[in-house]
Design a protein around this ligand. Structure first.
Ligand code: F6P
Length: 416
């Protein structure tokens, strides 16, 4: 009997459900009997909140809707498993549940925090010589996973950011007086997604005026000086700023205004308010009209502008995880465990990417930052190399299934 279980963890994306479908379909094709889903990730597993995915994904229409439905169909969590040492009871409980459901392979779709779960479970599994395979399936709009060329979820969020910037720029230019719009983009401590603002520039668009990433220390006086210089040209200004920019003493800019008090189990502060704070500083200094635009959750679930390239790769990494777990590896003669599927860019033009497995220890809990050489010397923009890197990832579209004028989605429990 080869049952498998799959969970989704961390922040949602537009295409995370394509990875779920990739796991589901490939596991079924490879003879899995039941494909279980953990409701709210590992937290749900500990509570035995588990569903049979065949009852939710019943036909072609369900699959088509699932691919077009943003956010995590199974529900997510930000739950950190305790260290192995001294916490054996938690692991004994998880492995007892997996045994009860006769699980052969465990798939977890998530970012670097979620890969911490795969790492700990795979390490414990090896320690007790469990036959269960543990595989990580990458996703995050932050694009901050090591080894992989990029992460599923990033391309669609980047497409939304670039498209939105074009619209904000057109809006800002409507009056005959300047407006300074500060647009805050997610990504925590990595500026990949904020960099996507640079893709707005083209024949039909002036492009954003400045881009600030968390990889460089943020100097408020310098920022205001640059805004002042741009205002002398007497036109509207659009600035993309990462939610994670920090001043020299290590505080997030958003902490300068409001006290950020929500911290998750991985020690991440909830970041918000950077744009509001900076727009306020600009208004105070120059007395001009300003707008603070916090894209917040809009940017990670904008499935109506999903990139087809991203959706396809999200499906493929799910499928590849199953393949690696099920097929005998040349070295060991067994299916892999303790690995994460990564994307390897083989060619830029035409763009070609393949999947490769990588050791979870090289990915879990580590953030990949934007390389310094891809940020301009003065730290106010990104280079063409970064634009070329992102460009193929936002390509092609997938049309939503429109019902009553709106994109239609699938919900868990729709069969009840
Ligand atoms: O993990 C991706 C991410 O979207 C980050 O960019 C953002 O800082 C964070 O999640 C927000 O977390 P939450 O969904 O818990 O508010």
């Amino acid at each position: 009997m080869k049952n498998v279980i799959v969970g989704q963890s961390g922040g949602p994306t537009s295409v995370i459900n394509s990875s779920l479908l990739g796991v589901f379909q490939t596991a079924k094709d490879r003879g899995a009997d039941i494909v279980y889903g953990m409701v709210h990730g590992i937290k749900g597993l500990l509570d035995e909140d588990i569903i049979d995915l065949s009852k939710e994904i019943r036909n072609e229409l369900d699959m088509d809707l699932l691919k077009r439905t943003p956010s995590s169909f199974l529900g997510s969590c930000r739950y950190k498993l305790p260290d192995l040492e001294g916490n054996e009871k938690t692991y004994e409980k998880i492995f007892a549940i997996l045994k009860k459901y006769e699980i052969y392979a465990f798939f977890y779709i998530g970012g670097n925090d979620s890969m911490d779960t795969i790492m700990k479970l795979a390490d414990y599994g090896k320690k007790i010589k469990s036959p269960i395979r543990f595989m990580g399936v990458p996703k995050t709009i932050d694009n901050d996973l090591m080894i992989t060329d990029h992460t599923p979820g990033f391309g669609s969020a980047a497409k939304y950011i670039a498209a939105t910037m074009k619209e904000v720029i057109r809006d800002g230019l409507v009056y005959d007086y300047p407006v300074v719009s500060v647009v805050e983009v997610m990504g925590r401590n990595a500026g990949w997604l904020t960099s996507a603002a640079a893709l707005a520039k083209g024949d039909d668009c002036e492009g954003v005026d400045m881009i600030f990433l968390p990889e460089r220390v943020f100097d408020i006086d310098y920022f205001l000086k640059k805004v002042g210089e741009l205002l002398k040209q007497d036109r509207s200004i659009v600035i993309a700023v990462s939610e994670g920019v920090k001043v020299a003493d290590g505080r997030y800019v958003c902490e300068l205004a409001d006290h950020v008090d929500y911290v998750d189990m991985f020690g991440h502060k909830q970041l918000a308010g950077t744009a509001r704070f900076l727009a306020g500083e600009v208004a105070k200094k120059y007395g001009c009209k300003t707008r603070a635009i916090e894209l917040s959750s809009l940017q990670r679930c904008a499935a109506h502008v999903m990139a087809r390239v991203d959706m396809t790769e999200a499906f493929n990494v799910g499928g590849a995880a199953v393949k690696y777990a099920f097929d005998a590896d040349e070295k060991t003669g067994e299916g892999m465990t303790g690995m994460v599927v990564t994307l390897k860019r083989v060619l830029d033009d035409p763009y070609i990417c393949i999947t490769e497995p990588a050791d979870v220890h090289e990915i879990a809990d580590i953030e990949k930052k934007v390389p310094d050489e891809w940020i301009t010397k003065d730290g106010t923009y990104v280079t063409d190399d970064l634009v070329h890197y992102i460009h193929p990832l936002i390509q092609a579209e997938i049309i939503p299934l429109w019902v009553n004028g709106l994109p239609h989605h699938i919900k868990r429990g729709h069969t009840d």
